[in-house]
Write a protein that binds this ligand. Structure first.
Ligand SMILES: Cc1cc2nc3c(=O)[nH]c(=O)nc-3n(C[C@H](O)[C@H](O)[C@H](O)COP(=O)(O)O)c2cc1C
Ligand SMILES: C=C(O[C@@H]1CC(C(=O)O)=C[C@@H](OP(=O)(O)O)[C@H]1O)C(=O)O
Length: 363
């Protein structure tokens, strides 16, 4: 399984949803940095399961244990290893899923590839649980970036067909991020947020689920990061964001919407701001030719509706070679989006710090 990412910072994520622990090895972190472990816990809590009605009822503390990589609380150059133990597993809910795969989950494709050897319990290595260790790695990268004046924030841009207002891509910044980080349900327009919560609750009561979009911005990014063609900043961010289970699309700047504009509207005019070149609008989402322009990086990730729903569905029995009806047992998120917001921030942080460490751009 390819569960590693990065060139300069290499993260490797291990574990299955119901194994004793999940965790991450992070190699290449700059030495001499003291992560604020209380801040990291608050960050992890934004993702942790079991905290509210729009989350899976599975309760996990998501408390990372650091086995190595810190010396006196400071990154020491050795690979950082963090373990998150799992306690609240109920593997019996998954006993029949090797034979009758869930529509929309990875049970069927895992069977094709691993021929019965796969761990299906809790979604195994495909589970959203694996985003807990991603948040450990990304949470530390976020803190390192913040010390360099680079900040990252994300919000729920839509749930189903209810939309939040978008970031102002050219002026998004600290004030927006501060507001969102403190919010249990991170939206810019609270009235829209209330509608979204009602829609999630209705889907849950119907035994169904909802998807949505997460918008993320990175500010303070120096211009000149990234490369052309296959190693651009879009490629690098997309590579890690697609590692988040249930993410099915990503767009940068004006994205798909830009296709209905004329060039004269989609182009961002340059202007001098003091001694600095800026753009008046930010349809390019901070990236041109794979290389950062110095404007905020803005992207949106599409998250599909949770595949495991309580409603009866159609599947097949692989052993019986027959069509069957199935009802999924277990505890599932009626909507993945709210818990995935910090995960998208974490993924962006790893990608940006990794790019910052190219050449000698990190000082
Ligand atoms: C934070 C998070 C929580 C998730 N919770 C669930 C869940 O409760 N039930 C479920 O079926 N899928 C859940 N997923 C999504 C599945 O893991 C994912 O759809 C599955 O592995 C198949 O991968 P794919 O959708 O990327 O193709 C979650 C994903 C994330 C990121
Ligand atoms: C445990 C987490 O989310 C899990 C992600 C998940 C899936 O299929 O992705 C399925 C559920 O697993 P279980 O059936 O064991 O409760 C979620 O609870 C987590 O995010 O920490």
């Amino acid at each position: 399984m390819s569960s590693t990412y990065g060139k300069n910072i290499r993260i490797s994520i291990f574990g299955q949803s119901h194994s004793e622990a999940v965790g991450v090895v992070v190699d290449g972190l700059p030495s001499g940095f003291r992560p604020d472990l209380d801040e990291l816990r608050r960050f992890m809590d934004r993702r942790a399961p079991g905290k509210n009605s729009y989350s899976t009822p599975r309760k996990e503390a998501d408390a990372p244990e650091f086995l190595s990589g810190l010396n006196g609380g400071v990154t020491c150059g050795a690979p950082l290893v963090a373990l998150i133990r799992s306690k609240d597993t109920r593997s019996a809910d998954y006993s029949n899923l090797k034979d009758v795969p869930r529509p929309g989950h990875a049970d069927f494709t895992a069977q094709l590839k691993y021929k019965g050897a796969q761990d299906v319990a809790g979604g195994g290595h495909f589970s959203g649980r694996l985003t807990a260790p991603l948040c450990v790695a990304g949470g530390i990268c976020l803190q390192i970036l913040k010390s360099k004046g680079i900040e990252i924030g994300a919000h729920i841009a839509s749930i189903g067909n209810i939309r939040d207002v978008r970031f102002d891509a050219s002026s998004v910044g600290r004030a927006d991020f501060h507001l969102l980080r403190g919010a249990a349900f991170p939206v810019l327009d609270e009235a829209r947020g209330a509608q979204m919560l009602t829609a999630i609750e209705q889907a849950r009561k119907d035994g169904d689920s909802l998807g949505g979009v997460i918008e993320c911005a990175v500010t303070g990014v120096p211009g000149g990061l990234g490369d052309p063609m296959f190693d651009g900043m879009e490629n690098r961010i997309a590579g890690i964001v697609f590692g988040i289970p249930a993410v099915k699309g990503i767009e940068f700047g004006s994205g798909f919407g830009g296709t209905s504009l004329r060039g004269s509207d989609n182009n961002d005019s340059f202007y001098m701001d003091g001694g600095r070149v800026r753009t008046r609008t930010n349809n390019h989402g901070g990236i041109l030719g794979g290389i950062t322009s110095g404007m905020p990086i803005v992207f949106r990730a599409a998250v599909k509706p949770t595949p495991s729903i309580a409603k009866e569905q159609y599947s097949v029995s692989l052993s019986g070679k027959s069509n069957v009806r199935m009802t999924i047992k277990g505890r599932h998120d009626p909507c993945i989006v709210p818990r995935a917001v910090p995960v998208v921030e974490a993924a962006a942080a790893v990608a940006v710090l990794d790019a910052l460490l190219d050449g000698n751009k990190y000082q």
